[in-house]
Ligand binder design. Structure first.
Ligand SMILES: CC(C)(COP(=O)(O)OP(=O)(O)OC[C@H]1O[C@@H](n2cnc3c(N)ncnc32)[C@H](O)[C@@H]1OP(=O)(O)O)[C@@H](O)C(=O)NCCC(=O)NCCS
Length: 157
């Protein structure tokens, strides 16, 4: 089992790319939203809100809450997104269910941080989200504080 996992990790080490979110990504974003853990309170919630959120990103990045908003591409597939909010450089990553647990989250994070250097990033992770915590630790984040079941991780450079 362990060997198969290692092989998967190696297999998935390559071919991760990023491109900025555009209007054609709405279906992917809705799909990611629908696959969310229902204990989390994501925004935007409705199709219309999501569409307006993307339109603002495409048309007026100055007014948008994100500094970076990428689709993660793996071998021709759009498999998820990476975001960074302007406030606090809050980092987030979402991967479609069928591509999870194959090492792609960690690999996409590694590729992202290679080329997007900042003094400090943070990430908020719920206590029950063990996979995300493990991913954050692998990417160099450390636990800074806890607010109930919401943990704040930071990555200092
Ligand atoms: C969190 C997320 C981005 C991680 O990406 P991923 O590709 O699934 O994760 P990886 O395959 O890179 O695995 C990360 C580590 O977590 C481990 N892991 C996987 N499932 C786990 C689980 N249920 N419990 C604990 N660890 C787990 C993996 O084994 C891996 O560690 P390893 O390399 O030592 O084996 C992805 O699962 C996801 O999109 N989840 C839903 C959205 C989300 O929670 N986003 C993060 C918000 S901060």
């Amino acid at each position: 089992m362990h060997i198969i996992k290692e092989m998967n990790h190696n297999k998935f080490k390559k071919n991760i790319d990023f491109r900025s979110v555009n209007k054609l990504d709405l279906d992917l974003l809705i799909q990611l939203y629908e696959s969310r853990d229902k204990r989390q309170n994501h925004q935007p919630r409705t199709y219309e809100e999501q569409k307006n959120f993307v339109d603002l990103w495409v048309n007026n990045k100055e007014q948008h809450i994100y500094q970076y908003w990428y689709v993660i591409c793996y071998e021709g597939n759009s498999i998820g997104t990476i975001t960074t909010k302007k406030e606090e450089n809050e980092w987030g990553i979402w991967i479609l269910e069928e591509f999870r647990d194959k090492g792609l989250g960690v690999q996409a994070g590694i590729e992202f941080f290679k080329t997007h250097k900042k003094n400090r990033y943070c990430a908020y992770v719920f206590e029950y989200n063990k996979r995300s915590m493990k991913m954050c630790e692998k990417l160099g984040f450390v636990l800074e504080s806890k607010d109930g079941n919401k943990f704040k991780f930071v990555k200092n450079n």
